[in-house]
Design a protein around this ligand. Structure first.
Ligand code: HPA
Length: 283
């Protein structure tokens, strides 16, 4: 991993350039930033007055490579609420430095969003989580072995040793629960573990994750949450369990299965996130 290639001290200038490029195209001031995980990009169809910017048109951003990830920054309105959404994201398993993976959430903050909602597709570690389970993220395990904040810090952006207690904002989680109730979407709540990928876990690893207290496992989100908290953003997260974790059913795991389950749960995820956006001013 070249995790030291883009240390925090380099981020301000990068963000200046990114912000300028977005502002050349739209003055929209988002109240919420949303990162759309694998198969959840359909939320993009529910945005009004959209400005869509392909990743490759933003300075320093490579095109998205993961199948099921469109790779666009979207600014528009969701249920009347101004939002910025990332359709697709950068992953460590693509070989990107952590300092690139976290740029989107920092850009969302630059554009004015005080809150980010991170979504992902995940494997169920909890044996009770079947495909289609929606889990609100209460806490995380960073099992990537990397931290995006390694290297010289920029104290103007965030502290050297950021606190991670309540990194996953309890008030936002309560709002997500309320949004779920009002839209009659069933949700669980648990701990998300990020591993590097791109190989799926072994059955032994999934058993290990259960022992460690994880309820779901995936290949994203945690490094983004760490930097978002460091920068002072409020963070909420939703995992869509697209498959039972490796070894639970004995079936092999495939990315196609992940995408199909993401699409099947799309409407429930959209209802939940729309209502959450509408309720946001009440926190
Ligand atoms: N493991 C890791 N990441 C995933 C999985 C999984 O089982 N499903 C979707 N993303």
């Amino acid at each position: 991993m070249h995790h030291d290639a883009l240390p925090p001290v380099s981020w301000r200038l990068t963000l200046d350039a990114l912000e300028a490029e977005v502002r050349r195209r739209t003055p929209l001031e988002p109240a919420l930033g949303i990162v759309l995980g694998s198969g959840l990009g359909g939320l993009a169809d529910h945005l009004a007055d959209v400005t869509a910017i392909p990743f490759s048109e933003l300075p320093g951003w490579p095109a998205a490579t993961a199948p099921g990830h469109a790779g666009r920054l979207l600014l528009g309105h969701l249920a009347g609420v101004p939002v910025v959404a990332l359709q697709g994201r950068f992953h460590l398993y693509e070989g990107h430095p952590a300092g690139l993976v976290v740029q989107p959430v920092l850009l969302m903050q630059r554009l004015g969003a005080p809150v980010v909602l991170l979504t992902n597709a995940a494997g169920g570690v909890d044996p009770a989580y079947g495909a289609g389970t929606i889990m609100l993220i209460r806490d995380h395990l960073n099992l990537t072995g990397v931290n995006p904040l390694i290297g010289p810090n920029d104290e103007r952006l965030g502290p050297r040793f950021p606190d991670m207690v309540d990194a996953w904002d309890p008030a936002l989680r309560a709002l997500l629960r309320r949004a779920a109730q009002e839209t009659r979407v069933t949700v669980e709540e648990g701990v998300y573990a990020q591993l590097l990928g791109p190989s799926f876990e072994t059955p032994a690893e999934v058993r290990m994750l259960g022992v460690l207290g994880a309820n779901a496992v995936g290949m994203s989100t945690v490094v983004e949450a760490i930097v978002a908290r460091w920068a002072g953003l409020r963070v909420a997260g939703v995992s869509l369990v697209t498959n039972p974790g490796a070894g639970i059913t004995g079936q092999p795991l495939t990315h196609e299965e992940v995408l199909a389950a993401g699409e099947a749960a799309g409407p429930r995820m959209v209802s939940l996130v729309r209502r959450f956006a509408e309720l946001l001013p009440t926190t």
